[in-house]
Design a protein around this ligand. Sequence first.
Ligand SMILES: CCC[C@H]1O[C@@H](n2cnc3c(N)ncnc32)[C@H](O)[C@@H]1O
Length: 483
Amino acid sequence: MKLRNKRLSDGEFFEMRKDVLSHWPTGKDVDLKEAVDYLKKVPDEKNFAKKLKKAKEEGITLAQPRAGVALIDKHIELLNYLSKEGGADLLPSTIDSYTRQNRYDECEVGIKESIKNNRSLLNGFPAVNHGVKGCREVFESVDKPVQARHGTPDSRLLAEIIHASGWTSNEGGGISYNIPYAKGVSVEKSLSDWQYCDRLVGFYGEQGIEINREPFGPLTGTLVPPSMAIVTGIIEALLAAEQGVKSITVGFGQCGNMVQDVTAIKVLEEMTEKYLKLYGYDDVYLTTVFHQWMGGFPEDEAKAFGVISFGSATAALSGATKVIVKTPHEAIGIPTKEANAAGIRATKMVLSMLEGQRMPISKEIEAEMEVVKAETACIMDKTFELGKGDLAVGTVKAFELGVIDIPFAPSKYNCGKMMPARDNDGAVRYLMAGNVPFTKELIDFSREKLEERARYENRKVSFQMTVDDIFAVGKGRLIGRPE
Ligand SMILES: CCC[C@H]1O[C@@H](n2cnc3c(N)ncnc32)[C@H](O)[C@@H]1O
């Protein structure tokens, strides 16, 4: 079926559904009518969309960790520990990497090995293999809303199973869970598969069930310029809204310059709202999520808590509805439940001390907002133009031409011509715009900011700055100064 940014008809959706539910035996246990009845019984305090809306209305920032292990009982123990000992406001289930590649047979092996070795031998929760029964057992055993967090280009069966299980949020999107996560999945395929996931949410919405969708803002988490991240959030929000999604959380991954990060959250929310209204989606409730530093972490746990607290402060001061929490084990791997809970407690300490405070809108923030908005508009305008008004078609072409270009993405469908680097204040700028269609003045702006750094460091503007920036935080600083 040719990709179009058009709501799937019931006929198209239910025809696709027959195939989707056949991808693994647990698919046959998904009964939409029964699931609607089950979801109608979910109390408000365990509904993800409702809890986000309440937080935004109260002006507070919620804390959510990432967490997932192979076996159901251990996963329940983990989530309850993070809720009670960590104080998590919202619960994840981080899904394992085999599920993300639809390799459910490997999950079966991982589950059996985990039982045999009495420890998790998967790097997340294999929700498809555990099926509706297992996922409902998780949901019914915890006291907070649950969301699937993963990195799945084809999340159709996963979405069917988790939503039928009472999990009222799914992270991801056709760009954000393909380009940073897969090598060889076409943009056309992942956009189409995520239209299915969004249509499923839209269908539940028509039955009175509120389910939240969260595009994955950080993308590769490596020096992604704010405007490039914001564009992907806007596009995935618009594509979701077309399929009937009414609760959307757009996100951004911390870059490290406070002015630029606060600006990014403000522009992300403002411009997503603007485009939703422009295209007639007046009944979408929009929230934002700030991801604590997504790059390399210091091994030293005290320094790691410094990074976690810095991200928490930025999230609070930006007014983000939610912050995604890192742990002091980030540099070594999957955290213990204790380390994970400690990351949440540190985060919530900062959030509660800063409750009600917001970053004042300085002239620096106003100037940064102007640049980020202009950059974002250049890319969005060209994307719509390439699609002759169809955003899905335009997005495919925008990737082909490098109009949308995500730095350090593994996908062969990503151009990789754009290169970022930090300026002398640590803000992420465009070192090389590649085929990103910026005006000359926007290109000159980035160039001048990088020249400032070059003068300060007494070296030429070069890709070496990018390389130095990538390793900087792991070495304890933000900007990769020459050694
Ligand atoms: C894009 C997400 C990357 C982050 O996702 C964390 N992450 C991945 N898998 C798990 C897991 N099973 N439990 C707790 N955190 C997890 C990594 O540490 C990294 O920060």
